[in-house]
Design a protein around this ligand. Structure first.
Ligand SMILES: [Zn+2]
Length: 275
């Protein structure tokens, strides 16, 4: 078990929807998944009295990500001895400092996009603070704290930020494993988003946090039907298959295994859907 300490927070319930995007950046060796764009019509409700929402999101990166990264990298070091692990960093794309760090680290200029609320970029090799390793840059737009508030209303379990981080980390792990295994892949937004959500669902179910899974499914249900990223049925099938898997097998012991098992179970779902 590798999940990290969680502070359960509760928020008022309101129905809301979010669109999910995946984007290939026009830059060699940069893979970007831009995600999680709640519609602008969402009415935000109660705000937290204390820290600004952006600060809470940043704090949650500190709370959640090191445990997941350590778990993943420990497994990577056993599976691919001698290879550097994945460096996962969260940055505020609204901050000039972070933009400069991104530019100096990767040579890439961050382009402001309308859909850049939360996204992940994977760099196969980048130097940060003297360490060269694959880099997962999770960016969030600090100017769009209202979108985080919207997520809070969609996630009464209080796990909105953890969901967002798990989802983005999953995109990075996919790119990272593909590179280490030298497997070819093709961007497929619907499949890629399904895998990222499935990874988060698998994590929450394994950690016995079903309320967070209910939130994910409620959010899915609120997506417009025309949204290519809406696929409630596949997620429901995955939940059933993953629950069955957990009931008969030992739960994955690290984040790499969690990702690989997620992919295996998901491919069973896809196989059934095509039959
Ligand atoms: Zn995504």
């Amino acid at each position: 078990m590798f999940h990290t300490n969680l502070n359960r927070r509760r928020f008022p319930i309101c129905s809301a929807a979010a669109a999910i995007f995946l984007l290939l950046m026009p830059f060699q060796e940069v893979i970007a998944a831009a995600d999680q764009k709640p519609p602008r019509t969402i009415q935000t409700t109660t705000k937290q009295a204390n820290a600004p929402r952006v600060d809470i999101f940043s704090q949650h990166a500190v709370d959640y990500i090191p445990a997941i990264a350590t778990s993943y990298n420990k497994a990577v070091s056993l599976r691919w001895p001698g290879e550097p692990g994945l460096n996962i960093q969260v940055f505020n794309t609204a901050s000039p400092i972070w933009r400069e760090i991104l530019r100096s680290t990767t040579g890439r200029t961050y382009e402001t996009q309308d859909h850049d609320f939360v996204m992940a970029q994977y760099y196969p090799s980048a130097s940060l603070n003297g360490i060269t390793s694959p880099l997962c840059f999770i960016g969030f737009n600090g100017d769009r704290a209202a979108d985080l508030d919207a997520y809070d209303t969609m996630y009464p379990s209080g796990y909105a930020d953890l969901f967002l981080y798990l989802h983005e980390i999953s995109h990075c792990i996919f790119f990272d494993i593909s590179r280490r295994e030298k497997t070819a892949w093709k961007l497929n937004p619907q499949k890629d988003e399904l895998l990222a959500d499935a990874f988060a669902i698998a994590y929450f179910l394994q950690a016995k946090m079903p309320a967070a899974v209910e939130d994910i499914m409620r959010q899915q249900g609120g997506l417009p039907d025309a949204d290519p990223h809406k696929d409630v049925a596949s997620r429901e099938k995955f939940i059933a298959k993953w629950s069955a898997y957990l009931s008969r097998s030992a739960a994955p012991s690290n984040a790499l295994e969690l990702f690989q098992k997620t992919r295996t179970v998901l491919s069973d779902v896809e196989l059934e859907s095509t039959q």
